[in-house]
Structure formats: C-alpha cells, structure tokens
Design a protein around this ligand. Sequence first.
Ligand SMILES: Cc1ncc(COP(=O)(O)O)c(C=O)c1O
Length: 368
Amino acid sequence: MAEQNNSSWPKWLPIRSELADLKPYGAPQISGVRALNTNENPYELPAQVVTQMLEALPKVLANLNRYPDRDAVALREELVKYINRSSNLAFKVQNIWAANGSNEILQTLMLACGGRGALGFLPSYSVHPLIAKATGTTWISGQREASFNLDIKKAINKISENKPGITFVTTPNNPTGTATPYAALEELAIACSEVEGLLIVDEAYAEFSKEKSAVNLIAKYPNVVVVRTMSKAFAFAGARVGYAICNDAIVDAMLVTRLPYHLSSTTQALALVALDNSKALLAEVDALVAERDRVATELEKLGFEVVPSSANFLLFRGFNADSKTAWESLVAAGILVRDVGLDGYLRVTIGLPSENAEFLTAIAALRS
Ligand SMILES: Cc1ncc(COP(=O)(O)O)c(C=O)c1O
C-alpha cells in the first residue's frame, strides 16, 4: 500500500512518512562573513603539511582506477597509535573504525545497533536525533538540567525505564560546551550494560577538554563506544575523517552496515599524512583553549552570561533581543554565529584572535 504523504513534498514522491516532516541539517554557509558557527578550527594547515599531502597524491591519483582499501587498515593503525599515545592504553586496529566524519560513524552505529531505540539528553548535538530518524531508530529524548549538566540519577532512571539499544552522551556537549565527569560516564556505562545497551560517548571536542576520556572505560565496559573526529582539533574538517574506538565485536557489527569502499583512497592518503603530522596539526589547541577562556572573560565583563565550556565554542546569553534578531544583527556586522534553537542564547565558535576581537566588538553593541 502506498504510504500517506500529507506534507509539502510533491504527492508523487514516495518519501517515507516518518521522514516527511524532517528538515535537512543546515547550518547556514554564507560567504564574506567571519564563520564562527560550525566549531571548525580557524587555523589553516601548515605549509609543510600541505606539501607532504601534495607529494602523497600522484601515487593515489594514478590508482584511482582501483577501489580503496575497504577496511582502511593503514589509517586505522595510525589512529590507534594516536589514541594509544594520548591515553596510554593499548588498543589494537580491531578496536577502531574510521569513516567520512563522525556523522557517518554515528549512522553506521545506529544502523547496526539502533533496533531498540536511541536515547539522548537535550540540548545536545542535533544530528543524533536526525540520524536516528533517518535510520528508522526510535528517538527517546531525555533532558539536561538548567545548568546544561546531566543529573546522573535521572539519566540512569531514563535508561532503566526505556532500555534503549543506544544511549548518547556528548562530552564536551555541543551546543553547551559542558563536560560530563569521567565518574559519571562510568555510572552511565554500568546503567547501559544492565539493559544490554551501548553507551556512545561523542567526544568530538575531547582534545579541548581536561576531563579524562571515556576510552579508559572500554576495557572494563565492552558496551562503551567513543566517537571522535579529525574535524575539530586536527583542523581537518574538509577531509571528513571520524572514527570510533570500541570493543572489536562492535567494529564487526559496524562492518555489516558500512557501505562498501566508503572511505576514498584520497581521504585515506591525506589522513595518513595528517596523522603523521599530528603534533603540527594539534599545535593550536592550547592557543584555542586560552582564547576561549579569554573570550568568555571578555563576554562576562560586557555583562553576558557564559556557560562554562570545555570545547572550542561558547554558549552565552544576555543580548538585548531574541536569538534570531541578535543573530541577524551579527550577520549584518559580518559575524556568523549559531542560533542553536535555545531561547535567548547564541553559540560562538572560537576563531582567530582578530575574528574574536571583531565578534566582541559586534556583540558589545547588542548588550541591553
Ligand atoms: C558533537 C558532535 N559530534 C559529531 C560531529 C560531526 O563531526 P564530523 O562529522 O565532522 O566528524 C560534530 C560536528 O559539529 C559534533 O559537534
């Protein structure tokens, strides 16, 4: 029987009824403004890294007649080394999966393990529920507190009540910047294991945070998956490389739902060069953290309220208009920030010091 389609889609289009009301992910991309809206790293790749990438390309390009390594083994070996170096652990290549950005990792995981639904605590990364709906995974909304932190007791109750196949925790959380302490993550890992569910810890911003990473839980709790990305701290968003660190059984499950040859030869080769230069690419992380703290202090001096952030962005409120109007005024002043749909708040990504100065000047004009 044809599915009912009552939305604004053309009548002849057999879009799945459960998707008919969804909007595509759409952070505005506007040219000619300071883009402080998608939590990118504002620093371009160092020239010597670009040179090495160019040197790696001819061999890759000549072999584009062949499919890439389907299992991206060389890349995963280097990602394992990076994670083991930064955590002092001993993961093996079987504990890592890599894909086109961590969004694809999330999709692969939901396709594999979303059968009993996915729970997340809002406000959080808006793509989690979007991918859930697109993959036919029932989405269950939990809530964060007014401080945007998690109440762990309430979170555990929500897990025991709903018994989801997947529970998401984003830490540091996007769009709030708040981090969940390691001890709390361990409690959540136990609660998820009691309902035979995965705890997916989305650590896209981990390198900007001082909290201990959830990768340290994996040996004891095989149901913990840590999702990371090279898009933020590594300044590699355009290349699209994300990865998951987890028990090898979860990687095996992801192999079933990944698309064959999903990660292009070019992406794999460029990411290998990037990982070989991880020190150079991560060099600006400390500067961005210092700049984040400086911008937060400046915003507070202007009278804004800033949510404590462990990431490379700040959520703040206290402007003299609603979020949409304030956002438009900033765009008119040449600054693109993010209206994340939280009443009275805007989110700004930490940019170059000169961009941050322009932002602070523009936002000062919006103080009530
Ligand atoms: C919490 C979180 N997870 C995942 C992603 C996706 O990153 P990517 O697909 O570039 O790896 C983002 C991007 O903003 C994010 O904020």
